[in-house]
Structures are given as structure tokens and as C-alpha cells.
Design a protein around this ligand. Sequence first.
Ligand code: AMP
Length: 282
Amino acid sequence: MDHLADPTFLRQHCQKWRTQGLTVALVPTMGFLHAGHLSLMDHARTCADRLVVSIFVNPTQFGPNEDLDRYPRDLPHDLKLARAHGVDLVFAPEAGAMYQPDHAAWVDVPELGQVLCGASRPGHFRGVCTVVTKLFGLVRPDFAVFGQKDWQQLAIIRRMARDLELGVAVIGRPIFREADGLAMSSRNVFLTPEERDKASAIRQGLLLVQQAVQAGERDAAKLGLMFRAHLGEKLAMARVDYAELVHPEALSPVARVEAPTLLAVAVFVGRVRLIDNILLEV
Ligand code: AMP
């Protein structure tokens, strides 16, 4: 497995593969890899001849008061995991290698990027789209694999790739969970033992809403309140940032669940902001 930090070397490496007629898959990450990331790599491995994983805590997707500085990092361990999962190349640049001091070009999908997480994290998805575009430009992958845990991110990248003709097949993969249902996240390490213990209430709340839909409830406002009430009872220390029922691609609010609808939630548990979602089928 190769490990590169220089974007130019990355470009050359991937260019060489393409001239050999090899297909390339990319899995972008911020590192501190867990089984959710590894499930993306395992799938990507089956899609293409070569697999590139990027590990980059992208500063432009963090707001001024967010956790950029304390975001967990462990590159040596990540490299071991990547090697064990058949990754051909890990690209782990420094921020200075990815952004010139006078960096001025941005990619944005405002219609999808200003709702849900974008409402409480202004500029977040502009940072995501910009760095993913740069990675696509360097690697020029045939396939890029993203997790449905970040459903909004996946919807935005799909739209960006389609609208800008980026020539990448964007693949979404299911949420990988802990045994008690908590969605795996690099940020889970920041939960105190008590918070961690109770955080499975988020998943339980999503399942409760799904059961209500299956039992015939269609009113999105009622279903959203049901999730909030469940958290109020089971995870009283949490603050719900949002719990919204939206169209799974347009991300626009729905009033009634008459077609597959995404219930997307973000919850502050102590200082940690956790996101999760469920696709409600009727
Ligand atoms: P991150 O390192 O958090 O930026 O995540 C990198 C990629 O892994 C994104 O496409 C995420 O959606 C995906 N991912 C993170 N957590 C999970 C999970 N629990 N299950 C599946 N994919 C995940």
C-alpha cells in the first residue's frame, strides 16, 4: 500500500493507473477509521481495480466554533486498517497542501446545503463540496463511495456530480451501527460513559417513528414530535438540533408520509453533535 501526502504525486499515481486501463474507486474520509469507514472500503474494493482512501480533516467544512482542533486523529492506526482492507493508496495531505493561502474557488449546492445540517453549520457543505471536487479532480475516480449516515452529504455530492458532469458514479452504503444501534462515528469517542450508554435512544426513536408509519400515521409534524418526545424521555441530557421529515433527494420538508421519506436528525449529547437518519417506507 502506498501512502502519499503530496497532491501532485497522487495525481501522477492515479494517472498511471488510468493509462494502464485500470478503474479507480475513492473513499473520502476524515480518518480515525471505524467499522463504518471500513465497510465503505470493503464495498469500494469490489467496484474497481484500484482503491484510494483519502484521510483529511478538511478545515473548510468546520465552522469557527466547531471541533476542528479536537477532531480525533490517529494516522498510524488508520494506515494499518487501510492496509488490512486492501487499500492501494492512502492520501493523507496537510491542509497547506490542499489549500493555497489565496484559495478562492468554491463549489456549492446551496439549495440542498442550507437545510438540515447546513442550517446549523453554515458553509459546511460548501467546504465538503469543494474538497470532494478537489479529490475527484486529483484522483478522477470511476466510483466514489459515501455512507448514508451522512445522507444529506451523499444527496449533495450526487447532485453535484450529476449537475457538473464530474463523470463519477456516486455510491451510497448503509449505516454501520454499534450493537445497541448507535451509528458509528469518529465523534462517539467524545461521549462520556453515561452519554454513550444512553445514546442508543436516538436509534430507538427513529425505529419508533418507523413503527408509527407502519401502523398508519402519516402526519410528519406528529412523527417529528414523537421522536423528540422519545428523546426527552430517554435521553434527557440531549438537545435536538433538528428532527425533520424530508424528501430523500430534494431534502425539502414533507407534510405527510405518502412516499419514501427521510427522517433526519441531529442531536447534541453534551458537547457532541450526533446525526442519524432512517428512510421511512410506506
Ligand atoms: P467521515 O470520516 O466522518 O467524514 O466519514 C467518511 C465517510 O464514511 C462518509 O461517507 C461517511 O458517511 C461514512 N461513514 C461515517 N460513519 C459511517 C457509518 N457509521 N456507517 C457507514 N458509513 C459511515
